[in-house]
Ligand binder design. Structure first.
Ligand SMILES: Cc1ncc(C[n+]2csc(CCOP(=O)(O)OP(=O)(O)O)c2C)c(N)n1
Ligand SMILES: [Mg+2]
Length: 352
């Protein structure tokens, strides 16, 4: 019996901006120089935030912290491409994405400081709260996207996930539902090569994570996750596809977790320092800086100015976060139930 090829799949890898700052002008997304500078400044602000958060944790002023260092292009590039009405669902490492989405920085410090008021996202920011249990944000995002589709709204949902999250049941169920119902959702996978101490090669035998999308009937692409232009362009195209009603897209951003998993981890116990050096050489901020320089729109004074502005914004945010009145224990009761069960009411009364 002759065999017939029923279907073929291909994963493409997109890179627009090289490590030396040279850019493929044919592929470059349509961004003005002012927008490119804004993206650069958001990446600097995120890095400044990250460094401060680690310092505060070491001083006992916030709790365990998960850094986004090295992943700024993947996060800022994708969040920056969102429209005002779109919705963003982060996992737990998306500090740079939150900053790019316009989240007040003091709320991020409150959240990482263990104050749940940091998770009360202001009207207009259109982002969901941090999801610590790995991959649990995916079914929420998919459900939200289903609602968008049922209401016939012209908006899309972007959900972040890690390489480790692609092994979770929630990921597979969410991908399947999104594919079957052709939902307006973009899944941005930050493949940062590690899930705590589990390397990418032990996480999944497939050559790419992007190819997982084909199994669920939609497109998967791989981009250089340290190239902000490639990330921005892939996300923008995926969002436009979602607005048109053409269904989901999975974007694998190949990047690296430069920091430890969290401030409670020591990656030097399981990671080759040469690997770290290799990726530091691909730093997403340096790469964009080199491009700005080539374009003639970067100078020492400009760099000094934006670094100082970022430091000032971050310092002010720390002050604001540390100045809020602590919650009273009673708030645990009053903010959870509309009508409190009698036993809890008794407990609450016993507090006073
Ligand atoms: C359901 C669940 N299992 C285990 C954990 C513990 N845990 C926290 S982060 C993490 C690894 C996540 O790896 P990845 O998805 O690659 O994200 P990354 O930390 O690299 O950003 C694990 C296993 C958890 N938070 N939730
Ligand atoms: Mg990971």
């Amino acid at each position: 019996m002759p065999r017939e090829v029923v279907k073929k799949f291909e994963v493409s890898f997109v890179k627009i901006l090289d490590e030396d700052g040279s850019c493929d002008d044919l592929l470059k997304p349509s961004l003005t120089n002012d927008q490119i500078k804004e993206i650069f400044e958001l990446m600097i602000l995120s890095r400044t935030f990250d460094d401060m958060a680690v310092k505060l944790q070491r001083e006992g002023r916030i709790g365990t912290y998960a850094s986004a260092k090295g992943q700024e292009a993947a996060q800022v590039g994708s969040a920056y491409s969102l429209g005002r009405d779109d919705w963003m669902f982060p996992a737990f490492r998306e500090n740079a994405a939150y900053i790019a989405r316009g989240m007040p920085i003091e709320l991020l410090f409150e959240y990482w400081g263990g104050d749940e008021r940091g998770n009360r996202i202001p009207e207009g920011v259109n982002a969901f709260t941090v999801a610590i249990p790995v991959a649990t944000q995916i079914p929420h995002a998919v459900g939200f996207a289903w609602g968008v589709k049922l209401k016939g709204e012209k908006k899309a949902v972007l959900v972040y996930l890690g390489d480790g999250a692609t092994s979770e049941g929630d990921f597979h169920e969410g991908m399947n539902f999104a594919g079957v119902f052709k939902l307006p959702i973009v899944l941005v996978c930050e493949n940062n090569q590690w899930a705590v101490s589990v390397p990418r090669t032990r996480q999944c035998a497939a050559e790419t994570l992007a190819q997982k999308a084909f199994g669920y009937g939609f497109d998967g692409v791989q981009v250089d996750g340290n190239d902000v232009f490639a990330v921005y362009k892939a996300t923008k195209e995926a969002l436009e596809k979602a607005y048109r009603g053409d269904g989901p897209t999975f974007i694998e951003c190949v990047t690296y977790r430069v920091s430890d998993h969290t401030t409670s981890d020591d990656a030097s116990k399981y990671r080759d320092p040469k690997e770290l050096d290799y990726w530091i050489g691909k730093d997403p901020i340096d790469r964009l800086r080199k491009y700005l320089r080539r374009l003639g729109i970067w100078s020492e004074e400009y760099e000094k100015k934006i670094q100082a502005e970022a430091a000032e914004k971050v310092r002010n945010a720390v002050e604001k976060a540390e100045a809020i009145q602590p919650l009273s224990p009673a708030d645990i009761f009053t903010s959870t139930y509309n009508e409190m069960p009698p036993r809890l009411r008794e407990e609450l009364e016993s507090l006073s």
